[in-house]
Design a protein around this ligand. Structure first.
Ligand SMILES: [Zn+2]
Length: 190
């Protein structure tokens, strides 16, 4: 029998939070939403998960009010973080940092910069250039030294090869570069 999602009998609010965000794949879906992924097909391609699982997780998150479903035009729904979902960013950033520290020998796989001054933003959200506590919407996510190259060929991994402002829709319509081309370009760039 599959495990249920609830922690009946647990009085802690952590149990309530985990009932919403603690299922397998859910935090990765939310990370992608912060990175600007909005469309079902882009989540599916980047995460490489069964469509039924993705559909279930998106429904649960929408039902819980963490994501909202919007009309993305051309009959494609889009999923965007709500005011209830946005405060989850520090939790995701903390887990990312913890993962980098313990499981990424070559350093962070992604780094975060302050959009106006390009300062490096600490895991606590402080910019090393201006000292500000940086809003999520002013963060750029950029490849870090621990990121594997060449990147995966899905459109989301490709689009995240260049710095991207969090929450802004990721342009996944860019031309797909093959891994071969990526290597050539990397060599050209020295
Ligand atoms: Zn700054």
């Amino acid at each position: 029998m599959p495990l249920g999602k609830d922690y009946a009998g647990q009085q802690c609010s952590l149990a309530r939070a985990l009932e919403i965000v603690g299922e397998r794949w859910t935090l990765l879906i939310l990370r992608d939403a912060f990175f600007g992924v909005r469309r079902f097909g882009d989540f599916a391609a980047h995460l490489n998960i069964p469509r039924a699982v993705l559909s279930d997780r998106l429904s649960s998150l929408t039902e819980a009010g963490v994501l909202a479903r919007a009309d993305g035009g051309h009959g494609h729904p889009e999923y965007v973080l709500t005011s209830k979902g946005l405060p989850l960013w520090p939790a995701i950033r903390t887990l990312l940092t913890w993962g980098d520290e313990h499981y990424s020998d070559r350093g962070p796989r992604r780094v975060f910069r302050h959009e106006p001054d390009d300062g490096l933003v600490s895991p606590a959200g402080i910019c090393d250039a201006c000292g500000q506590d940086v809003l999520v919407s002013d963060l750029l996510v950029a490849p870090g030294p621990g990121l594997v190259s060449p990147p995966a060929t899905d459109p989301v991994s490709q689009a995240l090869q260049t710095p991207h402002r969090l929450l802004e829709p990721l342009n996944t319509a860019i031309r797909l570069r093959s891994p071969r081309e990526f290597i050539d370009r990397t060599n050209e760039g020295g």
